[in-house]
Structure formats: structure tokens, C-alpha cells
Design a protein. Sequence first.
Length: 137
Amino acid sequence: MTEETHPLATLTDAGLEALLRRAIRITLVLGALASLAVWKASDWRNAAMLATGTVISAASILEWQRLIRFINAKLDQKQVPRGAAVAIIFFLLRLIVFAAAIYGSLKCFRGSVVALLCGLGLAVLATVWEAVRLLRN
């Protein structure tokens, strides 16, 4: 009986970067298509809420990607890239900015909260999709 290594155990830093880049692209494409479909089926307010959630999702993946890069550099005992402290501060400030964007979109667009939540969930969906795709290969 041969022992195979788990695909996640062989995942390199470059592979993780590529996975997250694909997840960002999937999030944006699915969000744009879903927003167009919602606009056509419902109204522009719900489409704007979905688009707002999509943009926040894609930006969240981007911030996680940046944070993972710094953590991996620290774990590999490499020199931490310039601006590590700034990236961590922006990661924390991102929560405040995105909360303000969510609040602003709810007040301004007055669309469906469900559409916003669907847009926010696209990041999870795209990341899980890419992880499952990695495990199947």
C-alpha cells in the first residue's frame, strides 16, 4: 500500500497565490453576471447591493492574500516585505471601511439585504470552489 501525500500538504506559496487570484477572478465574474441578472429580473437597487457585496468580497480575498504573504515570509524566516506593518494596519482598517460601505449601501441603495449577503458570500463560494478543484486534481 503506497501512501500518497495530501494535495494541501504539497501546496506551495506560489500555488496558494494562484488559488487566491483565481478566487478573486471567479468572485468578480460571478458577481458581475449575477448583478446583471438581478438588474434584469428585479431592479437596479438590488443589483447595486449585489455588486457592493461582490466588490467587498473580492477586496477581502485580496487583503487575505496580502496578509498570507507576510505570514508565509515570517514562517519561512525570510525578510518580511516592506510595509508589513502597514498591511496589517490596513487589514484591520478594512473592517471599518467595509462596515461603512455596507451601512452606506443599505442607506443609499435601499435594496435587498439578501442581495448584499449573496455578494458577500461569493468570496467563500469562490475560495471553496478553488480548494475543491485543488483537491480533485
